[in-house]
Design a protein around this ligand. Structure first.
Ligand code: PHE
Length: 347
């Protein structure tokens, strides 16, 4: 065996012993590096005669090709082994069933709102949305709520320690009634100067806030305001319309409606609307679902309308109350606790 054959054999054995890619690169340097054994051989060529250079050079080149071939083979083997190990570690059982992503559902309160909107929508009512942070003027003053009215007490209403650009105190609206004013004002403005104005027919569902908390009261709750104002709208229309709504909502005609005299500063006369089911688990009990009344002339004026010409009614119903009755829920707080065991029943 000549010295070059020995060199090739040594290189092959060296590469074979290399387990990590870094070992292999070190081994490579020992043969093909700057002062590696093969490189030294090539350098030594310079001292030979032209004739010797030719034959020795060919031998060295062939040795170099063998060393490089051995190196590449070992590199490939190490890469294959690494891939193999990785595949084993990341083994994937394609026969396992996939993980299901739970399907969501509309919250029962949102669902109830959508239901209310659909029913009133079918009766020709527009649906309006308004701010939850209101001014004192819209929440109370415009609604004929006198300065000393108990509803203005800090015990009942959440005030925000801030005033709007016009210096009016802000609060979290304690009812959706401010939307009566906001919507009617915009409507009156839109038709100002015209000979006649189409009736105002709107509902405004949304969040409302009061300092109140027990099984049937939450500091955040939901109402739907209703307003119908025109030149010839009477309490009779309210009765007919509300009965139609409540029957559609509960999907039964086996219920009665009662208008019980009451008081609100923004309606005169005023009434609470009670319902009584004639069948089912709630049968025979009067249940309060809404405040209502004929819009007070001062409120009509605050809307920018003429009380000599425009008349109408308003109502404000508790959406959470309607949802509780519809789904048979006795504790309002369940709606807002976010407990999936409760909520997933409404899928
Ligand atoms: N805003 C009243 C309340 O929250 C309800 C109501 C609305 C009464 C409209 C009459 C007319 O209790």
């Amino acid at each position: 065996m000549n010295d070059l054959d020995q060199l090739v054999q040594d290189a092959q054995a060296d590469f074979e012993r290399s387990v990590m890619p870094a070992d292999l690169e070190n081994a490579k340097a020992r043969y093909l590096g700057k002062s590696g054994r093969l490189t030294e051989q090539l350098k030594a060529l310079g001292t030979l005669s032209a004739e010797e250079k030719k034959s020795r050079g060919a031998l060295i080149n062939s040795a170099k090709q063998q060393v490089e071939a051995a190196l590449n083979a070992r590199r490939q083997a190490l890469a294959d082994a690494e891939l193999e190990a990785q595949l084993k570690a990341e083994a994937l059982d394609v026969s396992l069933p996939g993980r299901l992503r739970g399907t969501g559902a509309v919250h029962p309160i949102s669902r109830t709102m959508e239901r209310v909107e659909a029913i009133f929508g079918s009766m020709g009512f527009d649906v309006a949305d308004g701010p939850e942070i209101e001014t004192d003027w819209y929440s109370f003053t415009a609604l004929n709520n006198p300065e000393n009215h108990p509803a203005r007490s800090t015990k009942d209403t959440f005030y925000v320690d801030m005033k709007d650009a016009e210096g009016r105190w802000l609060n979290l609206r304690p009812h959706t009634s401010p939307m009566q004013i906001r919507y009617a004002q915009a409507h009156a403005k839109k038709y100002a100067g015209e000979a006649s104005m189409p009736d105002i027919r709107v509902i405004a569902p949304g969040r409302t806030y009061r300092v109140d908390s027990d099984a049937t009261h939450s500091p955040m709750f939901h109402q739907v305001e209703g307003l119908w104002v025109g030149e010839n709208v009477s309490f009779k229309d309210l009765k007919v319309m509300y009965l139609e709504f409540i029957q559609a909502f509960f999907e039964t005609t086996e219920l009665k409606l009662r208008f019980r005299p009451s008081y609100f500063p923004f309606t005169e006369p005023s009434a609470e609307i009670d319902i009584m089911f004639e069948t089912g688990p709630l049968k025979g009990r009067w249940l309060e679902v809404s405040g209502s009344g004929q819009v007070h002339p001062q409120v009509i004026r605050n809307m920018g309308l003429d009380p000599e010409r425009h008349i109408g009614f308003a109502f404000g119903s508790g959406i959470d109350r309607l949802a509780m009755l519809r789904y048979g829920i006795s504790d309002l707080r369940l709606f807002f606790d976010g407990d999936l065991r409760f909520l997933s029943q409404f899928k």
